[in-house]
Design a protein around this ligand. Sequence first.
Ligand code: MG
Length: 217
Amino acid sequence: MTTDLLAKNDRLAGELRARLHLDGIAACNLIGAPGAGKTTLLEHTIRRLSDVPITVVEGDQATDHDARRIAATGARVVQVNTGTGCHLDAAMVTRALSALKPEPGAVVLIENVGNLVCPALFDLGERAKAVIFPVTDGEDKPLKYPHIFRAAGLVILSKIDLLPNLDFALAEAIDNVAKINPDAAILQLSARSGQGMTDWYDWLRSQFAAARQSAFA
Ligand code: MG
């Protein structure tokens, strides 16, 4: 990874963040390994928060499968295919938002390419990074992938409805998140069972309210 490439991305991300800030738009960069449940969480969120204008940027190396799932909820969505790339960058998100044209005060949910490594390096101009950490993974994920957990404002322990069938040590996992990032908010939820989803909706609404407040108050 060249320093030039990262510097260029940081500059574009800075411009994007300034524009989103002026428009009171809250962008959230959703990061997690393949199969963590990112798209499922988005589907439930869009259906439940029908009073919130949500637009979605979907990142995958190939296919428009996730964009089609999101489009079925009625939300506006753009699919970005990164080919051999392992992450979204600020230029891709800028182009996607030019097509989506989210209204002032909207929420933009960006589903990054399934990966816990590369997305840590690329600022997308988002208000917050949320890492999805499913309980079907090892408790030591935060220790193995510290950069992304350190950059996260929110860590979501997902699929908690499966806990009774797993040997996942929840307290140890939470402890590992806190070791790497003591400031991260931590939520436990299951999109499938609905457990804990209210906390996630509240967090998202607080981001949305703060972005509007700083732009329009
Ligand atoms: Mg997905």
